[in-house]
Design a protein around this ligand. Structure first.
Ligand SMILES: [Fe+2]
Ligand SMILES: [Zn+2]
Length: 366
């Protein structure tokens, strides 16, 4: 097989690599120098970068460049040589995380067995992949003993503690500091909207559920927001910038933050949703877009509470619902306080869950 001929030109600031006359890569010289993989520029043992960009001038230009056999060879004026493989550049485009799949009311979370999830890497890989894609899964056959959520740390990473208990108890005869400690319907929300970085993973562990009613409901916030963005971009936009105060407190705790309801990343992708009717505070009317914000908020509330997005199911004793706290809202229907109902909650962080997926995949050689 003949070698693929790769054409390139050197401009004032970059190497341009062409493929069928189309520019495939435009590599600034500073980028090439900064990414030199040699043992002088990296710490060999850790692969961390050692080279510091400011050690070369901003108008750095190569002395010589050639590209052959898929390898870019550059020599620099100080005689340093950089060798970069084109396939390493291509690899940057492979997604590192499972793709998000949005859902509405016909979704039911997939159930995984407690023992399998904790002890079998392949089951954990499937469960975590599903969790990252859909933002919700259930675990069944878990012990119905208090604080069993501690054991999930081996798969989900360390418990993210907040003020209030490390593992909190939700039942109507415990300390009442929010609506969940009553038998009233709890509308869809995410927890601790009053933190600037709310917990990104929440586990809800049903220890006993002998009451009539009280079905769990979850809403894919990304799905609601995605539809709102398509139907009414202006209303969506103000939710991304308008600061909203949230507060959760009791006699011994006081948490407060002012943040927009929607967080976007630099590519304008939704990466966070903060929604809690119960914790939202009075907004200072000095904000001049308050009226528009309220139109948007009304539309959002309408959608969140509509049938279209609510997935309902019953958590039985021994079931654990895991939700991506920055995406999926949870709530429950009203119940009859005619029996025992005891739920425990703990939080974890999505970054740790995602990292574990990579570790497990490496371990089984995927
Ligand atoms: Fe909650
Ligand atoms: Zn180097």
């Amino acid at each position: 097989m003949g070698e693929l001929i790769i054409k390139f030109t050197l401009s004032e600031r970059s190497i341009k690599i062409f493929n069928n006359e189309k520019i495939e890569y435009n590599l600034p010289y500073l980028w090439v120098r900064d990414n030199c993989p040699c043992n002088e520029c990296r710490i060999k043992e850790t692969q961390e970068k050692r080279f510091i960009l400011s050690s070369v001038p901003p108008d750095l230009k190569p002395h010589e460049v050639n590209i052959s056999h898929g390898i870019i060879n550059v020599s620099w004026p100080d005689k340093h040589k950089t060798v970069i493989q084109l396939k390493d550049i291509e690899l940057l485009r492979t997604p590192r995380k499972p793709k998000k799949i949005l859902w509405t009311n016909n979704f039911t979370p997939e159930y995984f067995d407690w023992d399998g999830f904790l002890n079998n890497d392949e089951i954990a890989i499937n469960a975590i992949s599903e969790f990252i894609s859909k933002g919700a899964i259930c675990i069944k056959n878990s012990p119905t003993l208090s604080n069993s959520l501690e054991m999930l740390s081996t798969r989900l990473g360390p418990i993210r503690e907040v003020l209030f208990e490390r593992i909190h108890n939700v039942s109507i005869d415990t300390h009442v500091y929010n609506i969940a400690h009553t038998s009233l319907e709890v509308p869809p929300h995410n927890d601790f909207a009053s933190y600037s970085w709310p917990p990104s993973v929440q586990a809800l562990h049903m220890l006993a559920n002998e009451c009539e009613g009280g079905e769990s409901m979850i809403v894919d916030g990304y799905s609601v927001l995605n539809d709102l963005q398509n139907d009414n971009p202006n209303l969506f936009k103000i939710l991304c910038s308008f600061p909203v105060p949230f507060r959760e407190f009791d006699e011994e705790n006081e948490t407060y933050t002012k943040e927009p309801i929607v967080r976007l990343n630099s590519q304008n992708k939704i990466t966070g949703f903060r929604f809690s009717n119960q914790l939202m505070q009075m907004i200072d009317p000095i904000e001049d877009t308050l009226d528009l914000f309220y139109m948007a908020y009304h539309e959002l509330c309408n959608r969140i509470n509509s049938k279209k997005y609510k997935s309902k199911f019953r958590l039985e004793s021994g079931h654990i619902l895991l939700v991506h706290g920055h995406r999926v809202l949870h709530g429950r229907c009203e119940f009859q306080p005619d029996g025992k109902r005891h739920l425990q909650d703990a939080y974890y962080e999505m970054d740790n869950v995602e990292n574990n997926l990579v570790l497990y995949k490496n371990r089984i050689g995927d």
